[in-house]
Design a protein around this ligand. Structure first.
Ligand code: PLP
Length: 373
């Protein structure tokens, strides 16, 4: 790239590798680590992150959508890919064509997958989800045995694993998570009495940090491989390294007189002479509109408040208190600049959301600058 784009996310692949290695060390040799790279690797860039995670010791990848698995395959990635999300039967063909390991939640999908596998001359591994408390999809424990009875009759499907997902592993009270896990263990115990099921898995990042008894055969970390913690209420002793820095640049800088207004709805009115810098980045890039009149950015190592409403393509910041700001200065929206840091968690608090959504919201038009490895 000859020209530095105005907006880019620096993705530190060495941090990804470091986090994967740190999580693997925490989990120990008994369980495999499958890197969750759904939603464009939580906004970080699925293909380079997947490669870095595999090189650092992840043995598989996990995504939510078949399309996401296809993208990884088309980039030449050959590692096993587990698809965790819900799909309609019409997508079974792509799943088989690209050798994706599907989570099967109903007989209609199982039948479609079996048909496609037969036509392709393949046997395809499947995983079955047990709904122990998320209430979204998967089989309730009392439905599980009948369902396994049905899907194991399909000759081109091979039951490889059972899994579940925790609703509250990132909360201080682990009671419900432990209850879910006990329910899962019991369902799996009954199922293994009648069916051969090589793998059980349950743990997300929060469970990796706080519930070592849930590691089973594999763990499925997402947020932690990006160097972020699932909440402020989990053990923070893993020394994770955030992998993403979001950078924009100062455009036009000018002084507005008292009484002048900024942006749509005139939600900011200058009370005094105000030095205003334009940053050509907005909600069309993934900057939450809730940052209007509330968020901050770093320029010259200092915090500049966002004034007025966040637009699709621009925000304005008050740089009256920062000496010498000029066009072309780097502005950091997430990450470190000099001695100051704006964390994804801080942005999440301004936007009334969680760090997961802050990075995942970054749109494709924000250039990803992969560094390291
Ligand atoms: C997204 C997801 C994960 C990863 O969760 P984190 O909290 O990001 O670690 C694990 N399992 C399933 C089923 C998921 O959907």
């Amino acid at each position: 790239m000859a020209i530095t784009p105005t907006n880019f996310a620096v993705i530190d692949l060495d941090a990804i590798a470091y986090n994967v290695a740190a999580l693997k060390a925490r989990v120990g040799p008994g369980a495999a680590l499958w890197a969750v790279v759904k939603a464009n690797a939580y906004g970080h860039g699925a293909v380079p992150v997947a490669r870095a995670a595999l090189a650092a010791g992840a043995s598989r990848l996990a995504v939510a959508r078949i399309r996401e698995g296809v993208e990884l395959r088309q980039a030449g990635i050959e590692a096993p890919i587990l698809v965790m999300g819900y799909h309609l039967p019409n997508e079974a063909e792509a799943a088989v064509a690209h050798d994706l390991i599907m989570t099967v939640n109903d007989v209609a999908f199982a039948r479609a997958l079996d048909d496609q596998a037969r036509d392709a001359g393949k046997t395809t591994p499947i995983h079955v989800k047990v709904d122990t408390g998320m209430g979204r999809f998967g089989l309730l424990p009392e439905e599980l045995l009948d369902f396994l009875e049905s899907v194991t009759r399909f000759p081109h499907l091979e039951l490889e694993g059972l899994w579940t997902h925790f609703a509250t592993a990132d909360e201080p009270d682990k009671g419900f998570a432990r209850q879910q896990f006990a329910m899962f263990r019991y369902a799996a115990f009954l199922a293994r009495d009648r069916f051969e099921i090589p793998m059980l898995h349950a743990a997300n990042s929060a469970a990796i940090l706080d519930l070592p008894e849930t590691y089973l055969d594999a763990v499925r970390p997402g947020i932690a491989i990006y160097g972020l913690y699932p909440s402020g209420e989990v053990s923070m002793d893993a020394a994770l390294r955030p992998a993403l820095t979001l950078v924009s640049h100062v455009g036009r800088v000018r002084t507005l007189p008292p009484g002048a207004s900024v942006s749509y709805g005139r939600a900011f009115i200058a009370r005094r002479h105000t030095r205003v810098a334009l940053l050509p980045i907005g909600y069309g890039d993934g900057i939450h509109r809730l940052l209007s009149n509330r968020g901050q950015v770093l320029i010259r190592g200092q915090r500049a408040p966002i004034i007025g409403r966040v637009c699709m393509d621009n925000i304005m910041v008050d740089v009256s208190a920062i000496e010498g700001v000029q066009e072309g200065d780097e502005a950091v929206l997430i990450g470190r600049q000099g001695d100051e840091v704006i964390t994804a968690e801080e942005v999440a608090a301004w936007a009334q959301t969680i760090n997961y959504e802050v990075t995942t919201a970054l749109m494709p038009r924000v250039y990803r600058d992969f560094r390291g490895r």
